[in-house]
Design a protein around this ligand. Structure first.
Ligand SMILES: Cc1cc2nc3c(=O)[nH]c(=O)nc-3n(C[C@H](O)[C@H](O)[C@H](O)COP(=O)(O)O)c2cc1C
Length: 205
């Protein structure tokens, strides 16, 4: 059975295009392939910033953890467990100050966990979340896939790096670009993404 995890993270609520298209992809996959859908809305329910209780708690044996450490590690464990349980992950991200939202950064700070989602071996770091398909929707006010602003894409490139670091290397990227460059650019961005999502879902069918 296909288990899909939808993770959304834009702080723009109902206006978010990354959320809109990530939902469309997740529902499309469900419609084509069936299975279950789990939803993690990081904007509505953001993980906390990581703190000493988490950093020290995760290297302390479970029976020796303080109540604060137990609580902090529990949050990370829950996020990792739902990621591990998924075969398909659909991740929506809206650019905030050239990177992902701090909500999504906090999520990665919890799920990037040595010994759990990656390990260090003789050949360097090794991602442990293997065999999953990821659909990454990144929305940005400007255009970053090419042109003068491409070197400043600290969203898509960063997310691809982090996903790969924990073993999620099979990633299909859908970009929604130029969303704040005026009404025509916005309409074009939406139309282009609708086409991209349609052809992506045709491949899933
Ligand atoms: C607080 C804030 C910061 C933003 N920073 C950037 C930025 O650095 N570069 C950019 O191109 N667009 C920026 N934008 C525009 C968003 O990336 C754009 O609205 C995008 O569509 C957001 O994704 P979403 O539609 O999924 O919410 C920013 C928007 C907000 C609200």
């Amino acid at each position: 059975m296909n288990r899909t995890l939808l993770v959304t993270s834009s702080p723009r609520g109902a206006d978010s295009l990354s959320t809109r298209f990530a939902i469309q992809i997740a529902e499309g996959i469900l419609g084509h392939s069936g299975g279950s859908l789990a939803v993690r809305d990081l904007a509505a329910n953001p993980p906390p910033h990581i703190a000493p209780a988490y950093i020290e708690g995760r290297i302390t044996s479970p029976e020796e953890r303080t109540p604060e450490q137990i609580e902090a590690v529990k949050i990370a464990q829950e996020l990792v467990d739902e990621l591990k349980a998924a075969d398909v992950i659909v991740l929506g991200s809206g650019m905030i100050n050239f990177g992902p939202s701090s909500q999504l950064k906090a999520w990665f700070d919890h799920v990037t966990w040595p010994g759990i989602t990656f390990s260090y071996g003789d050949t360097g770091p090794k991602g442990l979340l293997v065999g999953k398909n990821v659909y990454l929707v990144t929305a940005a006010g400007g255009v970053f896939s090419e042109g003068a602003w491409a070197p400043f894409d600290f969203q898509t490139n960063y997310l691809l790096h982090l996903l790969g670091f924990i073993g999620l290397t099979d990633v299909e990227v859908v970009r929604v670009e130029g969303t704040v460059l005026g009404p025509d650019a916005l309409q074009a961005a939406i139309a282009n993404t609708e086409t991209a999502v349609k052809s992506l879902l045709a491949k899933v069918a």
